[in-house]
Design a protein around this ligand. Structure first.
Ligand code: FAD
Length: 504
């Protein structure tokens, strides 16, 4: 039996952030991680393909809390990120394409090729999206989050569809679709569905690069964030255990006082923080018999059917896009590459999945960090990281090997319509469908955010950092402000533990 002031169950970046902040306040902290590596969905894999470093799950960064970066001096622990520019590249089958980035003049030239009237509309969209993102960011650290603190206009935009948001400002189909994808990522909804406005704003909330809504890469891959947080926690005295699968909490009366691992080790602590998914925390580790009706109801209603598939490919050369030919490095290779020609395509991708279990033609969002961080692959080689929707967790009949292979083949074939060299230059592949995300990272239903980020599951409707059971706190993405690599759930949980300790 080991005794600590605080136990953190799970080493996702939020668990690590909580552990570092609690250690910083002088608490003796242990982190218990079920898998053999630290970081949860914020991880870099170095052992899969020789010479490659893969950001296996999350890939790009924006929402990481600037306060946390400073407070824990994460740069001194190896965190270094740089902005992605250009931001997006959307090729079309007719040979045209759209490249957008930080340069307003270049954006105007790109948009003018489709419709000069959309230059002003794009600027207006950007103003609205960044204003919404900024409004959210201001509330991300709230200890008592309340959606009704936003004024009616903001609430209407967040509760509405992402299609309504983009159609209000621009009319070029490929521009509409490119902008709408931020409202769909990780979410089992189509662009015309209510609530996707919130998902878009969430993706404009980040300030990690000092520019509202800008996204970028982390040098060394996303795992560098977890490693920096781990290092900051350990420097302050925290202990981390991998292969420590917690199977249940220890209870003393109606108080959680510790945790037991699968191999029988017992850890006791004054505060237990769970970084695991709320379903894991309450149903598996605590037991529903200890829950009040409100929490039972919230769990029963919790939407956590993930629609995402991740396909990482090692490529022998850069993709050669028919719309911007060439295999030597060009600006569009550094951007997020979208397969999203128009809003109807995106809605169809969603609707097909509801009807048949997967998209006929999926929405794709692809990233390559290797052009700007060659240390991640052997010389001349690249990693193409593909995030595809919709391949939902609840597919009738599940995801057997044949269906998984067929899904990967479908995605590669679809990309090949835009960049025909891709199938011939694939040297290795890593495929994760929803069930793999659940098995590997503990993401129930394969949901990348620990549950939908939609009205009904945001702000006060997400799970609280203080659970209804004394001694038990939640510090993962199931709490406000939810998923993405931000650290806010971990920060808020640590603050709750420290406040309660002072009061105790
Ligand atoms: C494929 C994919 C792509 C994504 N892309 C991006 C992106 O580009 N940018 C972005 O910002 N976000 C992205 N996200 C979302 C983001 O990665 C997650 O929202 C975030 O990493 C969740 O962090 P967390 O600390 O809350 O939980 P997690 O990272 O899920 O960590 C929870 C940890 O708890 C551990 N655990 C669970 N049960 C137990 C137990 N019983 N005992 C011990 N340990 C346990 C798990 O093993 C895991 O390590 C992506 C996610 C996925 C899956």
């Amino acid at each position: 039996m080991e005794t600590y002031d605080a136990l953190v169950i799970g080493s996702g970046h939020n668990g690590l952030a909580a552990a570092a902040l609690l250690s910083d306040a002088g608490l003796r902290v242990a982190i218990l991680e079920r898998s053999d590596r630290i970081g949860g969905a914020t991880v870099s894999e170095r052992d899969r393909w020789p010479g490659y470093t893969i950001s296996a799950a999350s890939y790009v960064c924006s929402l990481l809390d600037p306060w946390l970066i400073e407070r824990l001096d994460l740069r001194a622990h190896g965190y270094d990120a740089y902005r992605k520019d250009p931001a997006s590249f959307t090729p079309l089958l007719d040979g045209r394409s759209l490249l957008l980035g930080a340069d307003e003049g270049k954006n105007a030239e790109e948009i003018a090729r489709f419709d000069p009237a959309d230059i002003a509309g794009f600027a207006a969209f950007d103003r609205e999206a960044t204003a919404l993102g900024s409004a959210l960011f201001e509330r991300f650290a709230d200890m008592e989050p309340r959606f009704d603190r936003f004024d009616a206009q903001v609430r209407a935009a967040l509760e509405g569809s992402v299609a309504a948001l983009v159609e209000r400002h621009v009319r070029t189909p490929v521009l509409q679709a490119t902008l709408a994808t931020d409202g769909l990522i990780g979410t089992y909804r189509g662009p015309f569905d209510a609530g996707t406005g919130y998902v878009l704003a969430h993706h404009y909330a980040g300030r990690a690069f000092g520019v509202q809504g800008a996204w970028g890469f982390v040098r060394g891959g996303m795992g560098a964030i977890s490693q920096a947080l781990l290092s900051a926690a350990q420097a302050r005295g925290a202990r981390a255990f991998t292969d420590a699968n917690v199977t249940r909490f220890l209870l003393d009366g109606d108080r959680v006082v510790g945790a037991v691992t699968a191999d029988g080790r017992e850890f006791r602590a004054h505060a237990v923080l769970s970084n695991a998914h709320p379903v894991t925390t309450f149903r598996d580790l605590l037991g529903e018999e200890h829950l009040d009706d409100a929490t039972k109801g919230a769990l029963a209603r919790w939407q956590s059917v993930g629609p995402a598939l991740k396909l990482n490919l090692a490529l022998g050369e850069l993709p050669n896009f028919s719309a911007r030919p060439g295999t030597t490095l060009q600006p569009h290779h550094r951007a997020t590459i979208h397969v999203a020609p128009d809003l109807a395509f995106l809605q169809r991708a969603h609707d097909d999945a509801r009807r048949t279990g997967e998209s006929e033609e999926p929405m794709l969002e692809c990233f390559m960090q290797t052009p700007t961080d060659p240390s991640l692959a052997p010389p001349g080689k690249h990693i193409l990281s593909i995030f595809a929707q919709y391949f939902p967790a609840d597919r009738p009949g599940g995801w057997d090997t044949a269906r998984r292979d067929a899904a990967a083949a479908k995605i590669v074939a679809q990309l090949a319509r835009y960049a025909p060299n891709i199938p011939n230059v694939i040297e290795a592949r890593q495929l994760m469908v929803a069930s793999d995300l659940e098995e590997r990272f503990g993401l129930i239903g394969g949901h990348i955010f620990h549950g939908e980020l939609l009205p009904g599951q945001i702000f006060e409707r997400r799970f609280g950092v203080r659970s209804p059971i004394a001694g038990l706190y939640l510090c993962g993405s199931g709490t406000h402000p939810g998923g993405c690599v931000s650290g806010f759930p971990g920060r808020r949980a640590a603050q709750a533990v420290l406040a309660d300790r002072v009061l105790a």
